[in-house]
Design a protein around this ligand. Structure first.
Ligand SMILES: Cc1cc2nc3c(=O)[nH]c(=O)nc-3n(C[C@H](O)[C@H](O)[C@H](O)COP(=O)(O)O)c2cc1C
Length: 187
């Protein structure tokens, strides 16, 4: 199997990290990979906020739970998030918040391409990542306005998803498997 396909297939969401903060060089490697993602008309409508400030990470983690519980219907997720030991950011030492230019029609799609580049690049150099959508219920609502302000985004940008980044600890990641039935051919 070639290295790219192997990397795509081997990457898993990592939900358990060591406390080591990835160096600026390592983070820059990920941001460089993100910058080379495709985007509609090469608009590159993304912005990346790299957060290693422990206090801010903790605040994002704890404050995102109440609005999530208010909005999430799934009993499985409600139970999981209600557990006081459940960490929205999985204890990661770094979060890359990916924000999108809301004026761009394909902004979220383009950010998705950049997000996958970050996750694959990270996996290829021994880092773990997990895409985090659970922050949105806080950051996109009035009760998260002060935190949104602290992200210091350029005008016209709004958070899309977060990505936790760090060195995986030795806990085996969940392998959720895949369905191969989701296509058809028209010949
Ligand atoms: C848009 C998006 C939002 C996600 N949000 C979360 C999240 O908030 N918390 C989490 O633990 N995983 C989150 N995930 C990770 C998925 O649960 C995971 O990718 C999926 O179960 C497949 O597992 P794998 O990444 O290990 O292959 C998210 C993934 C995507 C693409």
């Amino acid at each position: 199997m070639n290295e790219v396909i192997k990397c795509i297939k081997e990457r898993r969401s990592i939900r358990s990290y060591t406390s080591e903060i990835p160096s600026d060089d390592v983070i820059n490697t990920l941001l460089d990979a993100a910058a080379w993602a495709p985007s509609a008309s090469n608009t590159q409508p993304w912005h990346f906020t790299v957060i290693t400030d422990k206090e801010l990470l903790e605040e994002l983690d704890t404050r995102s739970k109440p609005p999530l519980l208010e909005n999430i219907q799934s009993e499985k997720y409600r139970k999981m998030i209600s557990d006081p030991n459940y960490k929205i950011l999985h204890g990661a030492p770094c979060l890359i918040m990916v924000s999108s230019n809301t004026a761009q029609y394909f902004g979220h799609h383009d950010c998705g391409c950049a997000v996958q580049n970050i996750c694959l690049a990270a996996h290829s150099i021994g880092l773990g990542t997990c895409i985090i959508g659970f922050l949105n219920h806080l950051l996109l609502r009035p009760e998260g306005a002060d935190l949104l302000k602290r992200l210091d985004l350029p005008g016209g940008y709004m958070p899309c998803v977060g990505i936790t980044v760090g060195y995986p600890d030795d806990k085996e990641p969940e392998n959720v498997g895949r369905s191969y039935q989701k296509f058809n051919f028209i010949k």
